[in-house]
Ligand binder design. Structure first.
Ligand code: UD1
Length: 422
């Protein structure tokens, strides 16, 4: 496998033209780019150095993945790699670690051992908002006649902490919204117009309080009701911008994927959720109660109109969610007459579990009771949030199939948590 890795500091645009060996269409010529900060032993496979362009799998297209080392990004990258896609990962490591890249390489090598081709992983440590660097990176994949070997983009890079977005709204609008605008302009210039956007069920806002399953058409670019925080508003704004973009130019195919509540991790136990900072979402906090990093899990609200009084969410295994991106990527590539150029899909299971049921599933997997306390509702929470998952099933031929219990088991494997009686 030929794996490349650069940090943005290495990506001086002049490097691409000043080197005698550098031609934009030859991936092996990248080795001539000065990489003083790159960890060569970790990131470059010496065995590939003598190969020609034709020898490598990189003759095929690439999928560009921003935020590809994060929780959902890394799982999606892995599903793409397993399926034989070459990937270009852009990540500024603000909420992820380089070790994830190494894991992905190991997993891919193991998975393709003995095969003729191994998918290529190119990594650039860069901020997707750094247009100059991004232009340099993307230029490496240019083909004659203004086309690109990058045939599609999955855009994860964004801020996502609700509380933080309330304290620092401009940071969220700058990174999530202004960043998207500049990024799409650059992609448009380079004729890269297949785009999968990472959206969220948060765009349904207080509509979720009806208790009905949420279908895509309840919120569209015309408007939304009851968004409770700037983070949610950035996701809705981005969807509206992307809808306008697709309207303006029929060459774009854009799918926005609204995630419900991702949990779990890859079944190998090699990828997982490892956020920087203090977690707020249920599963990472529950894990802290399991590992005694905190004494008790505080359950927010026991007076919701649900079967046990605790809130209901549509918890979806992250590997199912990642496969949903693969399905969207393929559908967006072949989209012609059947789907409009801008489409929104819920990625959820269509079923809900209460917070107490999730805790019970985890307790049953680890063979001991997780300490909990019932406290008041968290500001901004809704009682019930469940996807109508039928549109993705119909148009993407995708459904989620893993259970919350499987999610718990996979997390326990990843974190090597001791299981009582196991
Ligand atoms: C949250 C975000 C949402 C984001 C989603 C991504 C808020 C208000 N919403 O949704 O914008 O898209 O994460 O995953 O933060 N819970 C506890 N104790 C805890 C943590 C959570 O009882 O320590 C409860 C919550 O009150 C909620 C449920 O668990 O009822 C799920 O919470 P969480 O994982 O934070 O997800 P959401 O609130 O659905």
């Amino acid at each position: 496998m030929s794996s490349l890795a650069f940090r943005s500091a290495d990506l001086k645009p002049t490097s691409f033209t000043s080197s005698g060996t550098s031609t934009p269409n030859s991936p092996n010529s990248y080795f001539s780019v000065p990489t003083p900060l790159a960890e060569r032993s970790l990131l470059l496979n010496d065995a590939d150095e003598g190969k020609t362009f034709e020898d490598s799998h990189s003759a095929d297209g690439f999928t560009l993945i921003t935020g590809g080392l994060g929780f959902i990004g890394s799982h999606t990258t892995w599903e793409l790699l397993k399926d034989g896609h070459n990937v270009v990962i852009i990540d500024n490591l603000s909420n992820s670690y380089l070790t994830v890249l190494e894991r992905l390489r190991q997993m891919t090598n193991a998975s393709f051992a003995g095969s003729k081709f191994t998918p290529q992983i190119d990594f650039f440590e860069a901020d997707y908002r750094d247009s100059r660097t991004m232009r340099s990176v993307l230029a490496r994949y240019n083909l004659p006649l203004g086309s690109s070997r990058i045939t599609g983009v999955i855009h994860f890079a964004a801020y996502k902490a609700v509380e933080e977005s309330i304290r620092h709204p401009l940071r969220y609008y700058a990174n999530n919204v202004a960043g998207l605008v500049d990024f799409c302009a650059l992609l448009g210039d380079l004729s890269i117009k297949t785009f999968i956007f990472s959206s969220s069920a948060t765009v349904y806002g207080e509509l979720a309080n009806s208790g009905e399953k949420l279908s895509e058409d309840m919120v569209d670019s015309k408007g939304c009701r009851g968004l409770t925080n700037p983070y949610g508003r950035t996701k809705w704004m981005c969807e509206a911008i992307l809808s306008d973009l697709a309207q303006s130019d029929p060459a774009w195919n854009i799918f926005a994927l609204r995630y419900f509540n991702p949990v779990g991790c890859d079944v190998t136990g090699l990828l997982g959720e490892d956020p920087r900072g203090t977690p707020n979402n249920l599963m990472p906090v529950l894990i802290q109660a399991v590992t005694a990093e905190r004494s008790v899990l505080s359950i927010y609200g026991s007076d919701w109109d649900t079967r046990d009084g605790t809130a209901i969410r549509d918890f979806i295994h992250v590997s199912d969610l990642a496969r949903g991106h693969l399905a969207a990527r393929e559908a967006a590539t072949r989209t012609s007459s059947t789907l409009k150029r801008f489409q929104v899909f819920n990625l959820g299971t269509g079923n809900g579990q209460t917070v107490t049921e999730v805790v019970a599933a985890m307790s049953s997997v680890i063979g001991r009771t997780v300490p909990t306390e019932l406290i008041g509702r968290r500001h901004g929470d809704v009682g019930i949030c469940i996807a109508d998952a039928s549109k993705a099933a119909k148009f993407l031929a995708w459904t989620a199939c893993k259970t919350v219990r499987q999610s718990c088991r996979d997390i326990v494997r990843f974190l090597k948590i001791e299981v009582s009686g196991g």
